[in-house]
Ligand binder design. Structure first.
Ligand SMILES: Nc1ncnc2c1ncn2[C@@H]1O[C@H](COP(=O)(O)OP(=O)(O)OP(=O)(O)O)[C@@H](O)[C@H]1O
Ligand SMILES: [Mg+2]
Length: 219
C-alpha cells in the first residue's frame, strides 16, 4: 500500500479567526514502510492522523491510499474504506469494555463479515503474549496488556495502513518499551505500512524515515 499526501491544508475556525494547522504538507509512504511523525505538542500531529483516517475534512490538497483519493468519498464510503484498509492504535486503547480479549480481537472481523477461526484469534493473542488472558475483559488487564490487545485487534484485519498516535503514551517507561518492541516486531513481521506519531526520538529512530512537523509542514 502506498500513502500519498499532496499540498494538504487544514484550518480550524476559532470564532472569527481561521487557525491554519497544516499548510502545504506533502508526504509519500511506500509499501511496508514504517515512518515516524514527530513535532512539538500542538504542531498538528493528531490532526494530521485524523485527516489520513478520514475522520475529519481538510481544506485543500489530497490524500490517496493505494491510489484511491479519499477526498470525494461520502461518510458511509469513508467508514467502509477505513474499516477495510486501516487500523488504529491510540494512547487510549478504545477497547470494548464488556467484551473479552478474545472477543475484542474478533470484533473487527465480525464487523467486516470476514470468516475467522478460533485458532486464528488465539494465534493473534499469542503473538502479543496474551494467550493466557483470552477470557479477561479490558478492565481485568494491565495498561500494557490493553495496549498489546489493541495492537492485535488492529492487525487482525491485515490493514493496508496502521495509524498509531503515541501508543505508549499512557504506559510507564519499561512497559512502554516492551509494548513498542512488540509493536515493531509485529508491524515488521506483517509488513504493515505504518505511520507512528510520537515525540519520543528513540522510537522515531527505529522507523525507516522521520517526518518532522513544524509550522504546518514537514521539514
Ligand atoms: N477541533 C479543534 N478546533 C480548534 N483547534 C483545534 C482543534 N483540534 C486541534 N486544534 C488545535 O490544533 C493544534 C494542533 O493540535 P493537535 O492535537 O493536532 O496537536 P499534536 O501535535 O497532536 O499535539 P500533542 O503532541 O500535544 O498531542 C493545537 O494548537 C490545537 O489547539
Ligand atoms: Mg496529539
Amino acid at each position: 500500500m502506498k500513502l500519498e499526501i499532496t499540498a494538504l491544508r487544514k484550518s480550524y475556525r476559532q470564532g472569527q479567526e481561521k487557525l491554519t494547522i497544516l499548510n502545504n504538507l506533502n508526504m509519500q509512504v511506500d509499501t511496508s514502510e514504517v515512518v515516524a511523525v514527530v513535532g512539538a505538542s500542538g504542531s498538528g500531529k493528531s490532526t494530521f492522523l485524523s485527516l489520513v483516517a478520514g475522520l475529519d475534512k481538510f481544506d485543500e490538497g489530497d490524500i490517496s491510499v493505494n491510489g484511491h483519493s479519499i477526498k470525494n468519498l461520502t461518510t458511509a464510503e469513508m467508514t467502509n474504506f477505513r474499516a477495510q484498509n486501516m487500523a488504529f492504535v491510540f494512547q487510549q486503547f478504545h477497547l470494548v469494555p464488556h467484551l473479552t480479549a478474545f472477543e475484542n480481537i474478533a470484533l473487527p472481523l465480525e464487523i467486516l463479515n470476514r470468516p475467522f477461526t478460533e485458532t486464528e484469534i488465539t494465534a493473534a493473542l499469542t503473538a502479543v503474549g496474551l494467550s493466557h488472558r483470552g477470557h479477561h475483559k479490558p478492565g481485568e488487564l494491565s495498561g500494557g496488556e490493553c495496549q498489546r490487545l489493541a495492537l492485535a485487534r488492529g492487525l487482525i484485519t491485515k490493514p493496508s495502513l496502521l495509524l498509531a498516535d503515541e501508543p505508549s503514551g499512557n504506559l510507564d517507561t519499561e512497559t512502554g518499551q516492551r509494548v513498542m518492541n512488540l509493536f515493531f516486531e509485529q508491524v515488521r513481521a506483517t509488513k504493515t505500512t505504518t505511520v507512528l506519531v510520537t515525540h519520543d526520538r528513540e522510537l522515531a529512530a527505529r522507523c525507516d524515515r522521520i517526518f518532522t512537523l513544524k509550522n504546518g509542514r514537514f521539514e
